[in-house]
Design a binder for this molecule. Structure first.
Ligand code: TTP
Length: 194
C-alpha cells in the first residue's frame, strides 16, 4: 500500500483532501514563494505546487515503502498582477481595490508525485466581485480572515457576500480542486470510493 503525504499547512487543503481520501498525513514544507522575473502566473503556480511536492518527496523518500506527495498552490490573478497573501493592511487594501467591482482569476495547481512519476493539474476559475466600499474593506480586514489567504479573501467565509458570480471550480478557489485531484489520486492508484 502506498503512503500519501499532503505537503501543506493549509487547514482547507487538509479538509478537502480528507473528503476524497482520509488516509494521509499532512506535513508542511517550507519553500520560497516568489515569482521569477517575467514568469507567467500559470507557470509560477505550477512551479510552486511541483516544488512543494518535490520537497516532500525529498524528505520522505528515504522511508520504506512507496510514498506519494501532494503539493498545491493557489494564487489570485488580477490583470497582470499576482496577488498572494496580504503582507499588511495597506497591501490588503490595494488588493481589494483591484478586486472591487471586477473579475479576477483564481489559479490552483496540484502536483502529485513520487520518486518516479509526476502528475499535474492546474485549474483556473473566474470570480466576479461586487463593488466594495471602504467600510466593507475595513470591516473585512478586522475579521482577521484575509491574512492567510491568497488575494486576501476566503470565498468559503465572510467574503462570500462579495461574490457576484463564479465560473469554474469552487473547491479550487478554496485551495484544492476536488474533481481534478481525485483523477490524479486514481491515476496514482489510490482508491477514492465514497
Ligand atoms: C482565494 C482563496 C484562497 N484561499 C486560501 C487557499 C490557500 O490555503 C491560501 C493560498 O496560499 P497557498 O500558498 O496556496 O497555501 P498555504 O500557504 O495556505 O498552504 P501550503 O502552502 O502549506 O499548502 O489561500 C481560501 O481559503 N479561500 C479563497 O477564497
Amino acid at each position: 500500500m502506498s503512503r500519501l503525504i499532503l505537503a501543506s499547512a493549509s487547514p482547507r487543503r487538509k479538509e478537502l483532501l480528507a473528503s476524497l481520501y482520509a488516509d494521509f498525513e499532512a506535513c508542511p514544507v517550507g519553500i520560497e514563494e516568489r515569482a521569477l522575473p517575467a514568469e507567467k502566473p500559470g507557470d509560477y503556480v505550477q512551479r510552486l505546487a511541483y516544488e512543494k511536492a518535490t520537497a516532500g518527496v525529498e524528505r520522505f523518500a528515504a522511508d520504506n515503502g512507496q510514498v506519494w506527495v501532494l503539493g498545491s498552490d493557489t494564487i489570485v490573478v488580477s490583470g497582470e498582477a499576482i496577488l498572494e497573501k496580504p503582507q499588511h493592511k495597506a497591501d490588503f487594501e490595494r488588493m481589494m481595490g483591484r478586486l472591487s467591482g471586477a473579475t479576477h482569476q483564481v489559479m490552483t495547481a496540484v502536483c502529485l508525485r513520487n520518486t518516479e512519476r509526476v502528475l499535474n493539474a492546474c485549474v483556473v476559475t473566474e470570480v466576479n466581485f461586487r463593488p466594495l466600499s471602504q467600510s466593507d474593506i475595513t470591516a473585512y480586514w478586522q475579521t482577521g480572515e484575509p491574512a492567510d489567504k491568497a488575494g486576501g479573501y476566503g470565498i468559503q467565509g465572510l467574503a462570500a457576500r462579495f461574490v457576484r458570480s463564479i465560473s469554474g471550480s469552487y473547491t479550487s478557489v478554496v485551495g484544492l480542486p476536488l474533481c481534478e485531484t481525485e483523477a490524479l489520486l486514481n491515476q496514482a492508484g489510490f482508491r477514492t470510493s465514497m
